[in-house]
Write a protein that binds this ligand. Structure first.
Ligand SMILES: [Zn+2]
Length: 327
Protein backbone atom coordinates (compact mmCIF):
# COMPACT_ATOMS: atom_id res chain seq x y z
CA UNK A 1 0.00 0.00 0.00
CA UNK A 2 1.14 3.51 -0.73
CA UNK A 3 -0.93 5.40 1.84
CA UNK A 4 -1.16 5.34 5.63
CA UNK A 5 -2.11 7.60 8.53
CA UNK A 6 0.52 9.09 10.78
CA UNK A 7 0.50 9.70 14.53
CA UNK A 8 -1.54 12.89 14.02
CA UNK A 9 -4.17 11.05 11.99
CA UNK A 10 -2.99 12.74 8.82
CA UNK A 11 -3.12 10.79 5.53
CA UNK A 12 0.33 10.12 4.12
CA UNK A 13 0.79 9.46 0.40
CA UNK A 14 4.23 7.97 -0.26
CA UNK A 15 4.19 9.09 -3.89
CA UNK A 16 4.10 12.72 -2.79
CA UNK A 17 6.83 12.55 -0.13
CA UNK A 18 10.58 12.22 0.14
CA UNK A 19 11.98 9.39 2.21
CA UNK A 20 13.54 11.88 4.65
CA UNK A 21 10.14 13.34 5.42
CA UNK A 22 9.04 10.00 6.82
CA UNK A 23 9.38 10.04 10.59
CA UNK A 24 7.38 8.52 13.40
CA UNK A 25 4.93 5.69 13.22
CA UNK A 26 2.42 4.86 10.53
CA UNK A 27 -0.87 3.03 10.74
CA UNK A 28 -3.35 1.32 8.43
CA UNK A 29 -6.34 3.61 7.73
CA UNK A 30 -8.61 0.60 7.96
CA UNK A 31 -7.48 -1.65 10.81
CA UNK A 32 -5.19 0.89 12.56
CA UNK A 33 -2.44 -1.65 13.09
CA UNK A 34 1.11 -0.38 12.76
CA UNK A 35 2.72 -0.57 9.32
CA UNK A 36 6.26 -1.20 8.17
CA UNK A 37 7.97 0.88 5.50
CA UNK A 38 9.49 -1.28 2.80
CA UNK A 39 11.45 -0.86 -0.37
CA UNK A 40 10.51 -3.50 -2.94
CA UNK A 41 12.84 -5.07 -5.51
CA UNK A 42 11.89 -2.37 -7.99
CA UNK A 43 12.41 0.33 -5.37
CA UNK A 44 8.86 1.46 -4.87
CA UNK A 45 8.69 2.63 -1.29
CA UNK A 46 5.54 1.22 0.31
CA UNK A 47 3.79 0.33 3.53
CA UNK A 48 3.12 -3.23 4.57
CA UNK A 49 1.15 -4.78 7.41
CA UNK A 50 3.13 -6.68 10.04
CA UNK A 51 0.12 -8.94 10.15
CA UNK A 52 -2.91 -8.93 7.89
CA UNK A 53 -5.03 -10.99 10.25
CA UNK A 54 -7.11 -8.14 11.63
CA UNK A 55 -7.43 -6.13 8.40
CA UNK A 56 -10.61 -6.42 6.37
CA UNK A 57 -9.57 -4.08 3.56
CA UNK A 58 -6.13 -5.41 2.74
CA UNK A 59 -6.22 -9.12 2.02
CA UNK A 60 -2.61 -9.48 0.93
CA UNK A 61 0.57 -7.51 0.62
CA UNK A 62 0.92 -6.28 -2.94
CA UNK A 63 3.42 -7.49 -5.51
CA UNK A 64 6.13 -5.27 -7.01
CA UNK A 65 4.16 -5.31 -10.25
CA UNK A 66 1.03 -4.00 -8.54
CA UNK A 67 2.87 -1.27 -6.62
CA UNK A 68 4.87 -0.23 -9.67
CA UNK A 69 1.79 -0.03 -11.89
CA UNK A 70 -0.11 1.93 -9.29
CA UNK A 71 2.71 4.47 -9.09
CA UNK A 72 3.01 4.80 -12.89
CA UNK A 73 -0.75 5.21 -13.47
CA UNK A 74 -1.04 7.68 -10.59
CA UNK A 75 1.63 9.87 -12.15
CA UNK A 76 0.12 9.48 -15.63
CA UNK A 77 -3.38 10.49 -14.50
CA UNK A 78 -2.03 13.33 -12.36
CA UNK A 79 -0.69 15.21 -15.38
CA UNK A 80 -4.20 16.02 -16.60
CA UNK A 81 -6.82 14.91 -14.06
CA UNK A 82 -7.63 14.78 -10.39
CA UNK A 83 -6.48 11.44 -9.01
CA UNK A 84 -6.53 9.99 -5.50
CA UNK A 85 -4.64 6.89 -4.49
CA UNK A 86 -6.16 4.17 -2.27
CA UNK A 87 -8.93 6.55 -1.30
CA UNK A 88 -11.19 4.82 1.21
CA UNK A 89 -14.88 5.05 0.30
CA UNK A 90 -16.75 4.45 3.57
CA UNK A 91 -20.21 4.09 2.02
CA UNK A 92 -18.87 1.17 -0.04
CA UNK A 93 -16.25 -0.07 2.39
CA UNK A 94 -13.95 -0.28 -0.63
CA UNK A 95 -10.66 1.22 -1.52
CA UNK A 96 -9.98 1.46 -5.26
CA UNK A 97 -6.32 1.57 -6.31
CA UNK A 98 -7.03 4.95 -7.92
CA UNK A 99 -10.03 7.24 -7.99
CA UNK A 100 -10.12 9.59 -10.98
CA UNK A 101 -12.11 12.83 -11.00
CA UNK A 102 -14.03 11.59 -7.98
CA UNK A 103 -16.09 9.05 -9.91
CA UNK A 104 -14.01 6.57 -11.88
CA UNK A 105 -12.54 3.77 -9.80
CA UNK A 106 -9.45 2.15 -11.30
CA UNK A 107 -8.68 -1.36 -10.15
CA UNK A 108 -5.31 -2.78 -11.14
CA UNK A 109 -5.90 -6.51 -10.92
CA UNK A 110 -2.68 -8.49 -10.84
CA UNK A 111 -3.84 -11.73 -9.26
CA UNK A 112 -6.74 -14.12 -9.50
CA UNK A 113 -9.90 -13.32 -7.57
CA UNK A 114 -13.16 -15.23 -7.27
CA UNK A 115 -15.96 -14.36 -9.69
CA UNK A 116 -18.27 -13.95 -6.70
CA UNK A 117 -15.98 -11.36 -5.14
CA UNK A 118 -15.51 -9.60 -8.48
CA UNK A 119 -19.28 -9.36 -8.98
CA UNK A 120 -19.83 -8.04 -5.45
CA UNK A 121 -17.18 -5.37 -5.83
CA UNK A 122 -18.41 -4.31 -9.28
CA UNK A 123 -22.07 -4.12 -8.20
CA UNK A 124 -21.08 -2.16 -5.12
CA UNK A 125 -19.34 0.49 -7.25
CA UNK A 126 -22.25 0.70 -9.69
CA UNK A 127 -24.86 0.93 -6.94
CA UNK A 128 -23.07 4.00 -5.53
CA UNK A 129 -22.73 5.76 -8.88
CA UNK A 130 -19.09 4.96 -9.58
CA UNK A 131 -17.74 3.60 -12.83
CA UNK A 132 -15.16 0.88 -12.31
CA UNK A 133 -12.41 0.09 -14.77
CA UNK A 134 -10.46 -3.12 -14.28
CA UNK A 135 -6.98 -3.04 -15.82
CA UNK A 136 -5.24 -6.38 -15.84
CA UNK A 137 -1.72 -7.32 -14.83
CA UNK A 138 0.25 -10.15 -16.42
CA UNK A 139 -1.46 -13.13 -14.78
CA UNK A 140 -4.82 -12.05 -16.18
CA UNK A 141 -3.82 -11.19 -19.74
CA UNK A 142 -5.87 -12.92 -22.41
CA UNK A 143 -4.08 -16.02 -23.60
CA UNK A 144 -5.32 -18.49 -26.23
CA UNK A 145 -8.77 -18.90 -24.68
CA UNK A 146 -10.96 -16.63 -22.56
CA UNK A 147 -11.47 -17.92 -19.00
CA UNK A 148 -14.72 -17.51 -17.03
CA UNK A 149 -13.08 -14.87 -14.83
CA UNK A 150 -11.92 -12.92 -17.88
CA UNK A 151 -15.44 -12.95 -19.36
CA UNK A 152 -16.51 -11.10 -16.25
CA UNK A 153 -13.83 -8.47 -16.83
CA UNK A 154 -14.69 -7.78 -20.47
CA UNK A 155 -16.34 -4.49 -21.49
CA UNK A 156 -18.51 -3.66 -24.48
CA UNK A 157 -19.04 -0.74 -26.85
CA UNK A 158 -20.83 -0.32 -30.19
CA UNK A 159 -17.57 0.75 -31.86
CA UNK A 160 -15.29 -1.91 -30.44
CA UNK A 161 -17.53 -4.83 -29.48
CA UNK A 162 -16.10 -6.79 -26.56
CA UNK A 163 -12.89 -5.30 -25.21
CA UNK A 164 -10.33 -5.85 -22.45
CA UNK A 165 -7.56 -3.77 -20.85
CA UNK A 166 -4.08 -5.07 -20.06
CA UNK A 167 -1.09 -3.45 -18.37
CA UNK A 168 2.40 -4.49 -19.43
CA UNK A 169 4.64 -3.45 -16.57
CA UNK A 170 7.86 -4.74 -18.15
CA UNK A 171 7.36 -3.18 -21.56
CA UNK A 172 5.65 -0.12 -20.05
CA UNK A 173 2.51 -0.23 -22.16
CA UNK A 174 -1.23 -0.04 -21.79
CA UNK A 175 -2.90 -2.53 -24.14
CA UNK A 176 -6.40 -2.52 -25.57
CA UNK A 177 -7.73 -5.78 -26.95
CA UNK A 178 -10.98 -5.16 -28.79
CA UNK A 179 -13.41 -6.79 -31.21
CA UNK A 180 -12.90 -10.00 -29.24
CA UNK A 181 -14.21 -13.04 -31.10
CA UNK A 182 -13.83 -16.80 -30.69
CA UNK A 183 -13.61 -19.54 -33.26
CA UNK A 184 -15.25 -22.95 -32.79
CA UNK A 185 -12.14 -24.28 -31.09
CA UNK A 186 -12.53 -21.54 -28.48
CA UNK A 187 -9.50 -19.59 -29.68
CA UNK A 188 -9.45 -15.80 -29.43
CA UNK A 189 -9.37 -13.45 -32.40
CA UNK A 190 -9.04 -9.74 -31.57
CA UNK A 191 -7.47 -6.41 -32.39
CA UNK A 192 -4.55 -5.26 -30.30
CA UNK A 193 -3.33 -1.71 -29.73
CA UNK A 194 -0.63 -0.46 -27.37
CA UNK A 195 -0.09 2.93 -25.77
CA UNK A 196 3.28 3.68 -24.11
CA UNK A 197 2.98 4.61 -20.43
CA UNK A 198 2.87 8.37 -19.90
CA UNK A 199 1.81 9.30 -23.43
CA UNK A 200 -1.15 11.68 -23.79
CA UNK A 201 -4.13 11.81 -21.47
CA UNK A 202 -4.79 8.45 -19.87
CA UNK A 203 -8.48 8.97 -19.22
CA UNK A 204 -8.94 9.83 -22.92
CA UNK A 205 -7.26 6.55 -23.95
CA UNK A 206 -9.59 4.66 -21.63
CA UNK A 207 -12.59 6.31 -23.27
CA UNK A 208 -11.49 5.44 -26.79
CA UNK A 209 -13.79 2.42 -27.28
CA UNK A 210 -16.84 4.66 -26.70
CA UNK A 211 -15.83 7.46 -29.07
CA UNK A 212 -16.96 7.91 -32.66
CA UNK A 213 -14.14 6.59 -34.81
CA UNK A 214 -13.05 5.04 -38.08
CA UNK A 215 -14.54 1.60 -38.64
CA UNK A 216 -12.23 -1.14 -37.35
CA UNK A 217 -12.26 -4.65 -38.81
CA UNK A 218 -10.43 -7.98 -38.75
CA UNK A 219 -10.05 -10.34 -41.72
CA UNK A 220 -11.22 -13.88 -41.00
CA UNK A 221 -9.58 -17.20 -41.90
CA UNK A 222 -10.77 -20.63 -42.90
CA UNK A 223 -10.04 -23.49 -40.54
CA UNK A 224 -9.50 -26.37 -42.97
CA UNK A 225 -8.88 -28.90 -40.19
CA UNK A 226 -12.02 -28.08 -38.20
CA UNK A 227 -13.84 -31.31 -39.06
CA UNK A 228 -10.96 -33.48 -37.90
CA UNK A 229 -10.62 -31.34 -34.76
CA UNK A 230 -14.30 -31.97 -33.94
CA UNK A 231 -13.94 -35.71 -34.67
CA UNK A 232 -11.03 -35.82 -32.26
CA UNK A 233 -12.93 -33.92 -29.55
CA UNK A 234 -15.80 -36.41 -29.79
CA UNK A 235 -13.40 -39.36 -29.83
CA UNK A 236 -11.83 -38.14 -26.59
CA UNK A 237 -15.30 -37.33 -25.24
CA UNK A 238 -14.71 -33.63 -24.54
CA UNK A 239 -17.72 -32.60 -22.38
CA UNK A 240 -18.28 -29.40 -24.37
CA UNK A 241 -18.48 -31.22 -27.70
CA UNK A 242 -20.44 -34.20 -26.31
CA UNK A 243 -23.08 -31.74 -25.16
CA UNK A 244 -23.34 -30.13 -28.59
CA UNK A 245 -23.48 -33.53 -30.30
CA UNK A 246 -26.33 -34.54 -27.99
CA UNK A 247 -28.30 -31.48 -29.10
CA UNK A 248 -27.65 -32.41 -32.70
CA UNK A 249 -28.88 -35.95 -32.10
CA UNK A 250 -32.11 -34.60 -30.62
CA UNK A 251 -32.67 -32.83 -33.92
CA UNK A 252 -31.86 -35.94 -35.91
CA UNK A 253 -28.52 -34.49 -37.00
CA UNK A 254 -24.93 -35.50 -36.48
CA UNK A 255 -21.86 -33.31 -36.04
CA UNK A 256 -19.68 -35.96 -37.68
CA UNK A 257 -21.51 -35.81 -40.99
CA UNK A 258 -21.84 -32.03 -41.03
CA UNK A 259 -19.63 -30.25 -43.57
CA UNK A 260 -17.80 -27.28 -42.07
CA UNK A 261 -17.16 -24.70 -44.73
CA UNK A 262 -16.22 -21.09 -44.37
CA UNK A 263 -14.91 -19.29 -41.32
CA UNK A 264 -16.68 -20.08 -38.05
CA UNK A 265 -15.86 -17.10 -35.92
CA UNK A 266 -18.34 -15.32 -33.67
CA UNK A 267 -18.42 -12.58 -31.05
CA UNK A 268 -17.34 -13.71 -27.57
CA UNK A 269 -20.00 -15.82 -25.84
CA UNK A 270 -21.95 -16.70 -28.99
CA UNK A 271 -21.57 -20.35 -29.91
CA UNK A 272 -22.42 -20.74 -33.58
CA UNK A 273 -23.15 -24.46 -33.35
CA UNK A 274 -25.47 -24.21 -30.39
CA UNK A 275 -27.26 -21.39 -32.09
CA UNK A 276 -27.97 -23.61 -35.07
CA UNK A 277 -29.85 -25.84 -32.68
CA UNK A 278 -31.91 -22.74 -31.77
CA UNK A 279 -30.59 -22.45 -28.28
CA UNK A 280 -28.73 -19.23 -27.98
CA UNK A 281 -26.73 -19.06 -24.81
CA UNK A 282 -26.19 -15.57 -23.46
CA UNK A 283 -23.28 -15.49 -21.08
CA UNK A 284 -23.45 -13.01 -18.28
CA UNK A 285 -20.81 -10.34 -18.46
CA UNK A 286 -20.44 -8.58 -15.11
CA UNK A 287 -19.02 -5.32 -16.50
CA UNK A 288 -21.59 -4.98 -19.30
CA UNK A 289 -24.97 -3.34 -18.78
CA UNK A 290 -26.13 -3.36 -22.41
CA UNK A 291 -28.04 -6.28 -23.81
CA UNK A 292 -25.61 -7.89 -26.23
CA UNK A 293 -28.30 -10.15 -27.69
CA UNK A 294 -29.09 -7.62 -30.41
CA UNK A 295 -25.42 -7.63 -31.44
CA UNK A 296 -25.51 -11.44 -31.64
CA UNK A 297 -28.71 -11.39 -33.70
CA UNK A 298 -27.41 -8.77 -36.13
CA UNK A 299 -24.15 -10.66 -36.43
CA UNK A 300 -25.98 -13.89 -37.24
CA UNK A 301 -28.09 -12.28 -39.97
CA UNK A 302 -24.91 -11.04 -41.57
CA UNK A 303 -23.13 -14.34 -41.00
CA UNK A 304 -25.87 -16.30 -42.77
CA UNK A 305 -26.11 -13.89 -45.71
CA UNK A 306 -22.45 -13.25 -46.39
CA UNK A 307 -19.37 -15.38 -46.51
CA UNK A 308 -17.94 -13.58 -43.47
CA UNK A 309 -14.66 -12.32 -44.83
CA UNK A 310 -14.37 -9.60 -42.22
CA UNK A 311 -15.33 -9.10 -38.60
CA UNK A 312 -16.83 -5.71 -37.79
CA UNK A 313 -18.02 -3.88 -34.65
CA UNK A 314 -21.66 -4.09 -33.45
CA UNK A 315 -22.47 -0.67 -34.94
CA UNK A 316 -21.74 -2.00 -38.44
CA UNK A 317 -24.11 -4.96 -38.10
CA UNK A 318 -26.81 -2.75 -36.59
CA UNK A 319 -26.71 -0.46 -39.64
CA UNK A 320 -26.68 -3.44 -42.03
CA UNK A 321 -29.71 -4.89 -40.23
CA UNK A 322 -31.62 -1.60 -40.54
CA UNK A 323 -30.86 -1.29 -44.25
CA UNK A 324 -32.25 -4.76 -44.83
CA UNK A 325 -35.51 -3.92 -43.08
CA UNK A 326 -35.96 -0.73 -45.12
CA UNK A 327 -35.59 -2.54 -48.45
ZN1 LIG B 1 -5.08 -2.83 7.82
Amino acid sequence: MLTAIDENNKIINLLELDRKELTGKFYCPSCHSELLIKNGQIKVLHFAHKSLKSCNLWLENESDQHLGLKKILYEWFKKTDKVEIERYLPELNQRPDLLVNGKIAIEIQCSHLSIKRLKERTENYKAHGFKVLWLMGKDLWLAEQVTELQKNLVYFSENRGFFYWELDFQRKKLRLKSLIHEDLRGRIICLQEEIPFGKGRLIAHLRLPYLAQKLVKIPTFKDSKLSSFIRQQLYYQSPKWMKIQEKYYQKGENLLTKKFEGPYIAPLGLNLLENFTDEMTITTFTQIDQNVKLYYENFLINFQRNSLEMLYPPRFYAIMGKQKKEK
